[in-house]
Design a protein around this ligand. Sequence first.
Ligand code: GDP
Ligand code: MN
Length: 352
Amino acid sequence: MLLLEYEAKEIIKSYGIDTPKSRLLSYGDESHDLSVPVVLKSQVPAGGRGKLGGVVMVEKTENLAQAIDKLKRTGIKGFYPSYILAEEPVSIDSEIYLSLLINREKSCIEIVANMNGGMDVETQHREDFFQQDIASNGDLDRLSKNLVSYLKLSEPVDDELTGFLHKLLRCFVENDMILLEINPLSIKKGAITAVDCKVNLDQAAKFRHPDWNFQNTARDNNFVELNNEGNVATIANGAGLAMATVDAVKSAGHVPANFLDIGGAATVETIAESFRKITLLPAVKVILINIFGGIVQCDTVAKAIVEAKRNIPNIPSLLIRLSGTNADIAKVILQDEGIHLYDNLDDMVNQL
Ligand code: GDP
Ligand code: MN
């Protein structure tokens, strides 16, 4: 389960690891009273944002609104952000790559580092990486010394780095992580700062963490952007029905913007989030909602529709068919709001 950067940073911060001062801008939070310069970072569950326009530095207040708007409309590997992290820029001397991960072959935690981190770390040769197992007794003193000499740091930061690695390791273990990656890590004047942070949690350990409540759980992986110029968005449940819905839009001569199977675990919140994602697709004029309630209940979907209509300005027009579990309750909820329901997919497609 890949976390968003701000979620990952919240975890590491709680272990005393420094991150840049930041503020999270959520959907509809258009307050541009940010101080400049500021780094705006698209909160999507994908890496390589820097190269894809998902991380931008804004120097002037008058450019903020446009930069935020552009970020929201910039898809990163098919993901659109519901949040933007606004951070105070950190001046970095050298960008260090540092990660903890599980080495499954050796059944241990491993630390990997590269002194030439940053956006091009992938191009570094394998043999140039620092790579060492973490001893099962958690002894980090020697490892830390080795790392300091590998990084060729000009400042004496052995103690700080050892302390930092201890925090990182504890954070990794206690949170059942399979990857904790900091890139870039900045070490400057004794201060160690995680400028970016990527965390992958072990989904199998979820039962141990009733408090895990992150944006990007599996449900979001069912949202696939198909075409940035698509004029019809779709919300359906079940992969088969979702595909049939997309196909029907296409056959009728329209351009499907996305594929979305809301899944059996859909809640009002997750569906509302899907609506927000759709509204970030620039050309969408109609949202076609095709639900056959089985595990997911039609009234849940109806409540999410009402919420979306109330909270999302300029929401595209909706064509809705809900049948199956609790369809009768859903009907009442929607009729109270004056929202029309269709009986089947064909009828909806004919309205496009
Ligand atoms: P990623 O591309 O998804 O890994 O996103 P990052 O958060 O790593 O940002 C991409 C790049 O932007 C980093 O590798 C840095 O080079 C640069 N960057 C991001 N934030 C800052 C900052 O506060 N100061 C400086 N100097 N560079 C930054
Ligand atoms: Mn990064």
